[in-house]
Design a protein around this ligand. Structure first.
Ligand code: GTP
Ligand code: MG
Length: 235
């Protein structure tokens, strides 16, 4: 048995705007099912927001900034592993309070400029609260990892209350994603003890990813300029 508070950042209010009592005493299984429902709903909401932005871009600018979107719920095993890493007991309260990425969504864009555009448009939506931003594109990790991370909350409207629910968003280019997935696999294979020469090679590849992203962006801008010039001539 446990009392569930949706943490300081998972504030609950009733649909009329008044404060609600925190979750009442209930059994762990019901609580777990209810929690995963809320996190799954948050993934749906954020996914739809990105799809709408992408569709609007297609209509207005005739191009899609988003290549694809992947959403996932963290497995109970990974949640327990993370709590252990933080030195916290495996309880539902701790999971809600300390694990930011139970609901995770990854947005893969064509160009670096799209990443900032998409992130800003989402942040400006009135129901979204940005809790944290980590710009590993301006400041890559020592591993060479590049990506734009945001932790946000989105309100989930249940029958009798609204639950602000946390979602981790990672936005990156196709090339950054290619690098990150290989690096992740390599780290997994070596259980973190990657030989120095492989680590160095990964860092070198990360520089090539940045170079590729920069050149593809310039190329795209050049083509768009030519397109615009062509249209002006027609008019
Ligand atoms: P975590 O405890 O891993 O969540 O770290 P954190 O809370 O400091 O968050 P951070 O924003 O640094 O990283 C969150 C997620 O980004 C990770 O779970 C990975 O999915 C991804 N990530 C961060 N660093 C790397 C990296 O060096 N390589 C790869 N492949 N992914 C990374
Ligand atoms: Mg994290």
């Amino acid at each position: 048995m446990c009392y569930i508070y949706f943490g300081a950042l998972h504030h609950t209010t009733d649909n009329s705007g008044g404060e609600m009592e925190p979750y009442s005493e209930t059994n762990q299984v019901d609580t777990w099912n209810e929690l995963t429902l809320v996190y799954r709903s948050a993934l749906k909401e954020i996914n739809t927001k990105f799809e709408i932005l992408n569709d609007e871009f297609q209509q207005v600018h005739q191009y899609n900034p988003i290549e694809h979107i992947k959403a996932r719920l963290k497995t109970p095993e990974s949640i327990v592993k993370k709590l252990k890493k933080y030195g916290k007991e495996s309880t539902i309260e701790n999971m809600v309070a300390y694990v930011n990425d139970i609901a995770g969504i990854r947005v893969i864009c064509s160009f670096t400029s799209d990443i900032y555009r998409i992130a800003e448009m989402l942040s400006n939506q009135s129901d979204i609260k940005v809790i944290e931003v980590k710009d590993y594109i301006s400041n890559p990790k020592p591993s060479g990892y590049k990506s734009y991370h945001m932790i946000v909350t989105v309100p989930i409207f249940l029958s009798d209350r609204i639950v602000d629910t946390m979602v981790e968003i990672q936005i990156r280019t196709v090339a950054m994603d290619f690098w990150a997935s290989l690096e992740h696999k390599i780290n997994y294979k070596f259980e973190g003890n990657v030989p120095d020469y492989i680590r160095d090679e990964l860092i070198a590849c990360a520089s090539m990813v940045s170079l590729l992203d920069d050149r593809m962006l310039s190329l795209n801008e050049e083509v768009r300029k030519l397109e615009a010039a062509g249209k002006n001539k027609e008019e």
